[in-house]
Write a protein that binds this ligand. Sequence first.
Ligand SMILES: Cc1cc2nc3c(=O)[nH]c(=O)nc-3n(C[C@H](O)[C@H](O)[C@H](O)COP(=O)(O)OP(=O)(O)OC[C@H]3O[C@@H](n4cnc5c(N)ncnc54)[C@H](O)[C@@H]3O)c2cc1C
Length: 237
Amino acid sequence: MILNEPYVLSATKKTTPEVTTFTFKAQSGKSIDFSSGMFAMLTHIDKQTGEKISRAFSMANCPPSDSLQFFISLIGGKLTTKLAEANVGDVYYISAPYGQFKFDINSGNKLLFLAGGTGLAPFFSMLQYIISKGAKPDIVLLYSVKYPNDIIEKEELERMVQELGGKLVVTVTRPKPEDKWDGETGHVNADMIKKYVPDVTERVSYICGPPAFVKALKDGLTGLGVPEKEIKAEMWG
Ligand SMILES: Cc1cc2nc3c(=O)[nH]c(=O)nc-3n(C[C@H](O)[C@H](O)[C@H](O)COP(=O)(O)OP(=O)(O)OC[C@H]3O[C@@H](n4cnc5c(N)ncnc54)[C@H](O)[C@@H]3O)c2cc1C
């Protein structure tokens, strides 16, 4: 466990209208090992007042690494306001890794990933990790976003899923006519899972996203007969 080490903001990338990818590099140059799915506590310290604000963020990059990458939705809250004004070179403090939502490459050969919004982050890490290990599990990723332009790292996501021979289904919950979205629409629910994942009971399921998303899908999966022990979930908020 690394305790509150200084990390330098080394890159930012506006990934969608709401989400920016932040990359922090350990000042010490030390590498952190973590399981995909785990999170870090990111702390901003106000130089004038010394006030500390800490929030949890899930790693989106492949372990192990001397950098940590986060997909952060800039919602105008206490820490996200600081991050919206952050510059490359700024120092934050990070302790990591934490959490029980850990990807286990031996958990099964058939996997279902259910991501809501920035809840894609752990799956982005998992896909990179799986590729780095040369594994080829059978993966279905159902990813829910409000609008088509909310899809995080669309091209890279599609590339990784294709490399693994998996299936990616993006569903848009609030499509507008001008989006000309011809893909799936509406919230992920039991019916959508049945449609795209008829063999859901043979899969280990991982869910990450806002509390309502996680709760609804845990209930949806158990309703479809998936045993609770085959469901791993991370709830944000
Ligand atoms: C384990 C874990 C992992 C997490 N990983 C990530 C991650 O990878 N990326 C990420 O972006 N967040 C992640 N979060 C959420 C993150 O920790 C913060 O809660 C979030 O960034 C808001 O912090 P803040 O200080 O800016 O807001 P705060 O000042 O704490 O205010 C948050 C308030 O904003 C409101 N709010 C919440 N969401 C929204 C929204 N979308 N729009 C408008 N208002 C909203 C809520 O009512 C809440 O009261 C994670 C949380 C947990 C528990």
